[in-house]
Design a protein around this ligand. Structure first.
Ligand code: SF4
Ligand code: SF4
Length: 188
C-alpha cells in the first residue's frame, strides 16, 4: 500500500520535533527529568487530529499482537484511569514509536504567544528546575505555535485527500482502530 503523502509529511514533522528535542536536551543534559517511568504528562483525555489517528492506526494495523496487548492493558487499567490508556504498568508507552506530537513536545521548554499577545515560555515543572527559562537562548525553546500551525496544515492536507470532515479523536484504542476513511485515504 502506498503511503499517503500527508502521512509522510506528518511523520517528517514528528522527526523534526524529535530532532529539536534531542538538540535541546544535548545542550542541557542535566535539566531533563524525562525518562521511561516518568509519566505525569501522560494525562487521560488527550485528543488527536485525523492525521495523528491515521498514523497510529496504520502502525497498529500491521501489529495484531500489539493490539491484543493494548486491549488487555485497557481492560486491566493499571493506572485506574489516572493516565492515558496506552500507558503500560511500568510507565512505558504502548505506541511509543507513533505517539502523537503532544507527547513528543512535552518536556521541552516551549515558547508561545499568550492571551496578551506576548511571547511566553513554559516547561514541565519537573524539568529546568535549577534554571530560569528566561535565561535560555531562543534556540533552546520549541516554538509550539509554529509546530501547531504545521500540524494543522498537514492535518488539513490529510483531511482533503481522505475526504473527511475535521474532527478530534480520543487518544484511545477504540477511537484509533475504528473503521473509517483512514483506509480509503491511505490508498490514494
Ligand atoms: S515531560 Fe515531565 S512528566 Fe513527562 S516525562 Fe518529562 S519530566 Fe516526566
Ligand atoms: S500516547 Fe504514550 S506518551 Fe502519549 S500520553 Fe499516551 S502513554 Fe503517554
Amino acid at each position: 500500500m502506498k503511503m499517503h503523502a500527508s502521512l509522510e509529511n506528518y511523520r517528517e514533522l514528528l522527526s523534526k520535533v524529535d530532532a529539536k528535542f534531542d538538540e535541546i536536551s544535548s545542550r542541557h543534559p542535566h535539566a531533563f527529568a524525562c525518562r521511561k517511568g516518568c509519566h505525569s504528562c501522560c494525562a487521560p483525555g488527550l485528543t488527536i487530529s485525523s492525521v495523528e489517528r491515521a498514523s497510529i492506526h496504520e502502525y497498529l494495523s500491521e501489529r495484531p499482537k500489539l493490539v491484543e496487548y493494548l486491549r488487555e492493558l485497557e481492560k486491566s487499567n493499571p493506572h485506574r484511569n489516572t493516565r492515558c490508556s496506552f500507558l503500560g504498568e511500568q510507565g512505558d508507552c504502548g505506541v511509543y514509536e507513533v505517539r502523537p506530537l503532544v507527547c513528543r513536545s512535552h518536556g521541552a521548554p516551549i515558547t508561545f504567544k499568550n492571551s496578551r499577545a506576548e511571547r511566553a515560555r513554559d516547561v514541565c515543572p519537573l524539568n529546568f528546575t535549577d534554571q530560569s527559562l528566561d535565561s535560555l537562548d531562543s534556540a533552546d525553546c520549541l516554538d509550539i505555535d509554529t509546530v501547531n500551525t504545521l500540524l494543522s496544515l498537514v492535518n488539513r492536507q490529510w483531511e482533503t485527500q481522505a475526504g473527511v470532515e475535521t474532527q478530534r479523536f480520543d487518544l484511545k484504542l477504540r477511537a484509533v482502530l475504528e473503521a473509517s476513511a483512514i483506509e480509503s485515504g491511505s490508498e490514494n
